[in-house]
Write a protein that binds this ligand. Sequence first.
Ligand code: AMP
Ligand code: MG
Length: 501
Amino acid sequence: MNAPHNPLSSLSPVDTFCFDNRYARLSPAFYRKLAPTPLPHPYRVSISHKAAALIGLDATQAEHPDVIEMIAGNRLPLGADPLAMNYAGHQFGTLVPQLGDGRALLLGEILNPQQQRWTLQLKGAGPTPFSRHADGRAVLRSSIREYLASEAMHALGIATTRAVGIVGSDQVVYRETAETAAVLLRIAPSHVRFGSFEVFYYRNQTPYLKELVDEVIETHFHHLQPETDGYEQFLIEVIERTARLMAQWQAVGFCHGVMNTDNMSILGLTLDYGPFGFMEAFNPQHICNHSDEGGRYSYENQPAIGLWNCSRLAQALTPLIDAQKCNDALALYANLYREKYYALMRAKLGLGISQEGDETLIDSLLDQMGTHGVDFTHWFRALCGFSSTSLRLNQSALSYLSTPLPSALTQWLEQYTQRLATEPQPEAERQAHMRQVNPKYVLRNHLAQVAIDKATTTNDFSEVDHLLKILEHPFDEQPDEEAYAASAPDWAKNLSVSCSS
Ligand code: AMP
Ligand code: MG
């Protein structure tokens, strides 16, 4: 008997999305509608099958040539309604009343088979009315960095936009030098930023401000009832999500680099990866962005900047929320952050129950790590193998650390041993839990650089795929990939990353 005919089976995978473009139905002040600029002769750089599955594409569909054409901006999927989003932002502390997507286009919003909403955005899709004098493109180098970092952060359990894939082209774009263009397809439940609210506040357009708050609540905070909770509860939840995100960044040693309010997601996602970095030799004052001369966005400043950014959002919402209530909401941040941060750090140390003195124990560890420039990831991974009976650290992880261990850290291990003695959990169980929260593999700059060099010099993208596979399982030992857990080689010790992308 013939199988029943499926009318969708002959359709291209890019024409099977179920679009529900809510953002495109908002007032025109929210966006400019336009199609992507086609990218000549696009080719596949890398596809994340895990991210593609979120938008309903299986591995075969994700690799379909039409998907490459779609990411390139050469083929619009059926039902898409592309637009550039309008927003403002505070950049390095200064208000820029008009920014907007200068090179990104929201293709549309789809509901996947599980009825989850994903908004599809092409980054590097050509100029828009918000481009000012820039070219609307993204370079392959920065697209690879964003792609790998997004997927790596997700695997680390940190809220982030996701990256479905990159296509490249030989089209030349100019940054400090000539580079080639690429487009990244990234997805998120929403790409709305703090700056999306600020743009209407600074124009005194309260009706639009209200329209956006109502839209975001209805779509992403459906448990809230503006009539009874007021908008205040919405602000509190955004503050809470931001505090949680900052705690997660700190606990994994992630530095964002450009925490402008236009790069702050209203959903508390890590958004807009530029000159980010994962901490190697621990230094609280570490600045990952070469262009951030004053260190506004240094590692240790991130939690405070998270609050500063929430204050800018709260200010933008003052036409809708009483100023005193905004202040009350902001006053919650410090404790929310503190609780989340220490909960994560206790878990990293395998401390199942909270005890007095834990915070001091954690703070003193980080002090010593900073003094001795200990590799952040290596140290915590080595600690996963720490035996409180033999007072020894995991030997393979330890081999990356400078030896002999500074005496201050040896002393700290003694205090830690005493603290562990009060834990009811058996040692093996504690170590197993610790290995679930202290990654072995993070996206060290030199790893990304090797993949980028191969890609840009020989069009060989295999290292991007390979790195993706490793970073999808950051907590697994992966014995064949040991080399990817090592410190930066000498040539990469002073790699600098700037805003240019
Ligand atoms: P970013 O530094 O990527 O967060 O971008 C800050 C602002 O500059 C946003 O409005 C971007 O859309 C815009 N922008 C960045 N690079 C480009 C580019 N190559 N072409 C057009 N606009 C850009
Ligand atoms: Mg941005």
